[in-house]
Ligand binder design. Structure first.
Ligand SMILES: Cc1cc2nc3c(=O)[nH]c(=O)nc-3n(C[C@H](O)[C@H](O)[C@H](O)COP(=O)(O)OP(=O)(O)OC[C@H]3O[C@@H](n4cnc5c(N)ncnc54)[C@H](O)[C@@H]3O)c2cc1C
Length: 384
C-alpha cells in the first residue's frame, strides 16, 4: 500500500464518475492530484447511463448490497450540500415483470423485505399514487414492486460539478489528453504519460478508464474478467409528463432527465447494436423507434416521444458482476476502479479508494472487491 502523506502525488486516469469522484476525494484529503482524460469529461459510459440509484433484487453478495446502500446514502448527503434537484432525484423506482411471470419478482421482493431494503408490492390501483405518469393498464394485473428510497442521477451534470469542486480543491484537470499510458519504474507505477507526451509523475496512479480497465490491467499481468456488453441510451426531446420515478419494465427502462426529457434503454435494444471492425457502431432507426414506442406504451396518455439523441458504446461490467476496486498486486501503486452500476457506487467508491490511497490502510468495505480475487483464474472471459 502507498504511504500516507499530504501532498502525495496521484494521477487519476479517466474523467467518468469513478475518476471524477476519486480525484475530488483525493484532493480533499490533501493529495496533489492530476485528473487526465482522453476527451471531454463524461464522454464514456457516464455520459450515456440510465443511472438508476438502487440495490434492487436478490442476486448479489451482502457486501455489494451494503456498498450500494452506502452509495445511495452518499448521494443523499451530496444532495444536502449541493443544489442538485434538477439532476439528482429520489422519487422511487417501479419495477414489474411480464404478465404471468411475477414469481421471480416476488422472490426479489421477499429478499429485499427480509434484509430491510424498502420495497413493497403495489396493485394497479396504487400506481397513480406511487408513480404518477405511469399508465396503470401497462402494469400486469399481478402488480409491481415499488422501492420508495431509489432515485436517479444525471452523471454528466454530476461529473461537471465534481470537476468544479476538484479544481476548487486545488486539483489539476487535463481534458483532451488522448490516451494516457501508465509509467512504471521496475514493477511500480510512477506516473502517466499523455498522448501528447506530457509526463505526470505520481506516487500512485488510479485507472478509472471504464471498459478499458481489464485490457490495461492485462498488460501488467493482472487478469480482470470482463463481461462488458454494448449498450444504447436514447434521450427524448422535452415533453410534459408527470413521471418522476425510475421505471424498469419488461420492454424498457426509463427515467426523467434534466430539461424535461426522458432517457431509456433495454437489453433487447442493446443487442441490436452492430459493432463494426473499425470501432464504430451502427444503430438502426427501428431499434430507436421501438424503444421510444415501448416507453410511450407504459406512460399515461401514451405521449408521442421524439428522439433527441442517443449514446452508444461499452458498458463496463466485471466478469463476476461485482466491483473491482483497489491496488493491483502485480503493480504496487497502481489502483483500478472498474464496476457495473458505477452510478450507484460512484461516489462511495471514489471516497473509499481515496481513503485507501492517501492513508495506506485497506478499507474493510472494499475487501471483497480486490482485483487480486481473480489471481490464478484462467483468462477465459472475452470482452466485447
Ligand atoms: C446504458 C447504460 C445504463 C446504465 N444504467 C445504470 C444504472 O441504472 N445504474 C447504475 O448504477 N449504473 C448504470 N450504468 C453503469 C454506469 O453508468 C457506469 O458503471 C459508470 O458510468 C462507469 O463510469 P466510469 O467512470 O468507470 O467509466 P466511464 O464513464 O466510461 O469513464 C471512463 C473515462 O476514461 C476515459 N479513458 C479511457 N481510457 C483512457 C486512457 N487510456 N487515457 C485517458 N482517458 C481514458 C474515457 O474517455 C472515459 O471518459 C449504466 C451504463 C450504461 C452505459
Amino acid at each position: 500500500m502507498t504511504s500516507s502523506h499530504t501532498g502525495q502525488r496521484v494521477a487519476v486516469v479517466g474523467g467518468g464518475i469513478l475518476g471524477a469522484a476519486s480525484a475530488l476525494e483525493l484532493a480533499r484529503r490533501g493529495a496533489d492530484v492530476t485528473l487526465v482524460t482522453s476527451g471531454s469529461l463524461a464522454d464514456g459510459a457516464s455520459g450515456r447511463s440510465l443511472s438508476w440509484l438502487n440495490s434492487f433484487g436478490a442476486d448479489r453478495s451482502a457486501e455489494y448490497h451494503r456498498l450500494r446502500l452506502a452509495g445511495i446514502e452518499r448521494y443523499r448527503a451530496f444532495a444536502e450540500r449541493v443544489p442538485s434537484q434538477h439532476y439528482l432525484r429520489f422519487d422511487g423506482g417501479l419495477t414489474w415483470a411480464p404478465a404471468g411471470a411475477a414469481e421471480g419478482h416476488r422472490r426479489h421482493l421477499r429478499h429485499m423485505q427480509e434484509i430491510g431494503y424498502p420495497a413493497r408490492w403495489v396493485s394497479r390501483d396504487e400506481i397513480p399514487a406511487v408513480a404518477p405518469g405511469v399508465d396503470p393498464a401497462a402494469v400486469p394485473a399481478e402488480g409491481a414492486i415499488f422501492n420508495p428510497s431509489e432515485g436517479w442521477v444525471d452523471l454528466e451534470h454530476l461529473v461537471a460539478e465534481l470537476a468544479r469542486q476538484f479544481i476548487a480543491a486545488g486539483g489539476t484537470l487535463r481534458t483532451g489528453a488522448g490516451r494516457a499510458e501508465v509509467r512504471l519504474a521496475g514493477d511500480r507505477a510512477v506516473g502517466v504519460v499523455t498522448a501528447a507526451g506530457e509526463r505526470i509523475d505520481a506516487d500512485a496512479v488510479l485507472l478509472a478508464t471504464g471498459a478499458d480497465v481489464p485490457a490495461t490491467a492485462a498488460k501488467f499481468g493482472a487478469h480482470i474478467p470482463d463481461a462488458t456488453p454494448l449498450a444504447l441510451l436514447v434521450r427524448t426531446r422535452p415533453l410534459e409528463t408527470p413521471l418522476r420515478a425510475t421505471l424498469n419494465t419488461p420492454s424498457v427502462s426509463l427515467r426523467p432527465a434534466p430539461d424535461s426529457a426522458l432517457v431509456m434503454d433495454s437489453d433487447a435494444a442493446a443487442q441490436e447494436v452492430i459493432a463494426h471492425a473499425d470501432g464504430t457502431y451502427e444503430v438502426k432507426d427501428a431499434t430507436v423507434q421501438n424503444l421510444l414506442d415501448a416507453a410511450s406504451a407504459v406512460l399515461a396518455g401514451h405521449p408521442e416521444l421524439t428522439l433527441d439523441y442517443f449514446g452508444v458504446g461499452r458498458k463496463p461490467i466485471p466478469g463476476d458482476g461485482e466491483p473491482v476496486l483497489g491496488e493491483l498486486d502485480e503493480v504496487p501503486g497502481l489502483f483500478v476502479a472498474f464496476t457495473h452500476s458505477g452510478a450507484t457506487v460512484g461516489l462511495i467508491s471514489g471516497e473509499l479508494l481515496a481513503e485507501e490511497i492517501t492513508s495506506g490502510a485497506p478499507s474493510p468495505l472494499l475487501e471483497r472487491f480486490r482485483p487480486g480475487r481473480f489471481a490464478g483464474e484462467p483468462a477465459l472471459t472475452g470482452s466485447r
